[in-house]
Design a protein around this ligand. Structure first.
Ligand code: DX5
Ligand code: ZN
Length: 221
């Protein structure tokens, strides 16, 4: 399984984002995780498609846009045009609109030629997104409640990782990307990988480390 580390720029200093992106690339990051928050689906507001547009020319790494927003359909075009490589949307934000909204949004993302993924919060059973697994390039399991970096990993999510990997195998997609987001540390990364996750988001673990490259290497191996 190809392990990928996706540092979250939520933990970065936004005033020097350009340099940070270059440093992440030199330090061995595999994706750049962009946490988009709207102040409604989650309390804070971070940034929108403009950030993705501005960092796009600075790196060849895939840009992973994690949309923690209500009405995600309204933003897909902006993020696709900005150059996102993958866009993930929350099950909860979609479900409250209609039973078909998640599927429709994933199809909309793909219609722009962008990879797509569904996200579940820690309290949502992974089974709820099994019906859309075949549509997804990646599934994202939140291991904290979204909104803030620096929270503690919720251990119950380990079991959901195993279930997601088993189901990916069951549908003939053993290499499907399963991403974990929240509270990933140098200490728990090995267990998270062993459970079956292969894309690890890391905010504080990368940005608070004295040696960014060393931290990314440890998260990977
Ligand atoms: C939380 C975000 C995460 C966060 C991870 O809502 O989706 O991507 O930045 O930060 P750490 O790794 O510090 O938990
Ligand atoms: Zn995230």
């Amino acid at each position: 399984m190809n392990i990928k580390i996706a540092p979250s720029i939520l933990s970065a200093d936004f005033s020097v984002m350009g340099e940070t992106i270059k440093k992440l690339e030199q330090s061995g990051a595999d994706l750049i995780h962009c946490d988009v928050m709207d102040g409604t689906f989650v309390e804070p507001i971070t940034f929108g498609g403009q950030m993705v547009k501005n960092i796009r020319p600075l790196t060849s790494l895939p840009l992973d846009a994690h949309l923690m927003i209500e009405h995600p359909k309204t933003q897909i075009k902006f993020f696709a045009d900005a150059g996102a490589d993958i866009i993930t949307v929350h099950y909860k934000a979609c479900k409250k609109i209609s039973d078909t909204y998640l599927e429709e949004t994933l199809k909309m993302i793909k219609s722009y030629g962008v990879k797509c993924g569904a996200v579940v919060n820690p309290d949502v059973p992974v089974e709820n997104i099994f019906p859309v697994f075949p549509l997804c390039d990646m599934v994202l399991l939140m291991s904290v409640y979204p909104g803030y970096g620096g929270q503690k990993f919720i251990p119950e999510v380990m079991d959901k990782i195993r279930k997601a990997r088993e189901y990916a195998q069951f549908i003939g997609r053993p290499d499907m990307d399963i991403e974990i987001d929240g509270g990933v540390t140098l200490e728990n990364a090995a267990a998270i990988r062993a459970a079956g996750a292969n894309v690890l988001v890391a905010g504080s673990a990368v940005f608070n480390a004295p040696d960014m490259a060393g931290a990314i290497a440890t998260l990977k191996k």
